[in-house]
Design a protein around this ligand. Structure first.
Ligand code: DOR
Length: 442
């Protein structure tokens, strides 16, 4: 049995989510949702609140399975000044997420059973489920494979060296072969080090104008192409992290048409910001892969709309002010994402809310192996008997991003002052209301 986070015993309140419209994979219907002992007890119109029940008002709101983030940097252990598992999962709850996949570029890296167990232990009292992405290579150094079988036995379902890509094609082929045997997914941060070396932003007109060293789109695209070839050779499964260029997305489109076992995600900043944002040299806009020109931003939107890209993943990358507030080319790459992802998707994509939820909820749950079909509790239909992991969204509410009001320990959001549409009103994790009327409950 896989170990999972947050299994401390608790007395769960009875909760009634009243007056909303439920949207899940099965469609849309007006219904109240009654929750008891951490599970959904009934889903129907006009449920009377049992005596003593906590009532969450959902008038005018959508009630959906909790969102699932495939790409969260929680920074613990090693970088607790930027984020901890407690603060990062609080940010997740504020953003409507009931599960996050923790990236392994911590210090030490999540490349051993001991390191993974430690994260699960630290996550026991977290306000969202913490799944772990194990490192593909020891120390994420790209030299030797990590003990993937041992990590799989602990419940790890996805492996990546995120923060960097596995540079050696030969080692990546071996990783594919192991992963295939173990039934787990490899996830790649596509960045060829020889092409990207020294780059601080996208290589193009803006990097020339600003005099900043660039990294070409090809640094991403050659690794996407290589890993598609390796997926074909090995029959393995690959998930592409944070795709950002039109040509990368076209490669994935072709690979899927060929029937290869390929999935992909895009981050909100790659469909809502361009490399022109870098014009003021503000390090908050430095991120890897870098912000791209508007043609690429459009290609990401098309990929999300036509199903080439399976998931929106935040790449939530907190950096404490003293680490991030440096000249642009010296600042670490990364920006916050958990608390703005849903609103950016609603505001920017022009997709029906059910499609946005597919991209933020049930499709990533399947990729992470956290859905009911894989024995998990995330992203499944809102039906009696299911685990009560829910978010309640007011799709019409507008709000202005205030960095000082974020739950994250860091402040590096590029959306400060931006007014967005769509707000998470309540979040319920394993039957416990962890966010009520946008306020954290613990
Ligand atoms: O911008 C980024 N920041 N991209 C990554 O791949 C890693 C991340 C981080 O860990 O800060």
């Amino acid at each position: 049995m896989a170990e999972r986070s947050g299994q401390s015993p608790r007395t769960d309140p009875t909760v009634l989510v009243r007056g909303g419209t439920v949207i899940d994979q099965g469609g849309e219907r007006r219904a109240d949702v009654l929750i008891a002992e951490g599970r959904i007890a009934s889903v129907e119109d006009g449920i009377e609140p049992p005596r003593g029940a906590v009532v969450l008002d959902a008038e005018g709101c959508v009630v959906a399975p909790g969102l699932v983030d495939l790409h969260t940097h929680l920074r613990e252990p090693g970088r607790e000044e930027s984020e901890t598992i407690a603060t990062g999962t609080r940010a997740a709850s504020a953003g409507g997420f009931t599960a996050v996949v923790a990236m392994p570029n911590t210090d030490p890296a999540l490349d051993s059973a001991e390191a993974v167990r430690n994260v699960f232990d630290l996550a026991r009292t977290a306000t969202a489920e913490v799944a772990v992405a194990g490192a593909i290579t020891v120390g994420r150094e790209g030299e030797r494979l990590a003990p993937m079988a041992e990590l799989t036995a602990l419940g790890v379902r996805i492996f990546t060296d995120d923060g960097s890509g596995v540079q050696s094609a030969g080692l990546m082929r071996r990783a594919f072969e192991y992963a295939r045997g173990l039934g787990v997914t490899l996830a790649q941060h596509c960045e060829d080090g020889t092409l990207a070396a020294g780059g601080a932003m996208h290589e193009g007109a803006w990097s020339s104008r600003l005099g900043l060293p660039g990294m070409p789109a090809a640094a991403e695209e050659v690794m996407v192409a290589r890993d598609i070839a390796l997926a074909r050779t090995t029959g393995g499964r690959i998930h592409f992290l944070h795709l950002s260029t039109g040509a990368s997305i076209q490669l994935v489109r072709q690979a899927k048409a060929e029937g290869l076992w390929v999935t992909a995600e895009a981050a909100p900043h790659h469909f809502s910001l361009t490399d022109a944002c870098t014009a003021g040299y503000d390090p908050v806009f430095r991120v890897n892969p870098p912000l791209r020109p508007s043609a690429d931003v459009e290609a990401v939107k098309v990929g999300l709309a036509d199903g080439t890209i399976d998931a929106i993943a935040t790449d939530h990358a907190p950096h404490a002010p003293e680490l991030k507030d440096l000249p642009f080319d010296q600042a670490p790459p990364g920006m916050l994402g958990l608390e703005t992802a849903l609103a950016l998707a609603i505001s920017e994509l022009g997709l029906p809310l059910a499609r946005v939820l597919a991209l933020l909820c049930w499709q990533p749950a399947v990729i992470a192996g956290l859905d009911p079909a894989h024995g998990g509790d995330q992203g499944g239909p809102v039906v009696p008997g299911a685990a009560a992991n829910l978010c309640v969204i007011d799709p019409a509410a507008t709000w202005t991003v205030d960095p000082t009001a974020l739950a994250s320990r860091s402040r590096n959001t590029p959306y400060a002052g931006r007014t967005l549409t769509g707000r998470v009103r309540h979040t319920v994790f394993r039957g416990e209301p962890v966010v009520v009327d946008t306020e954290a409950q613990r």
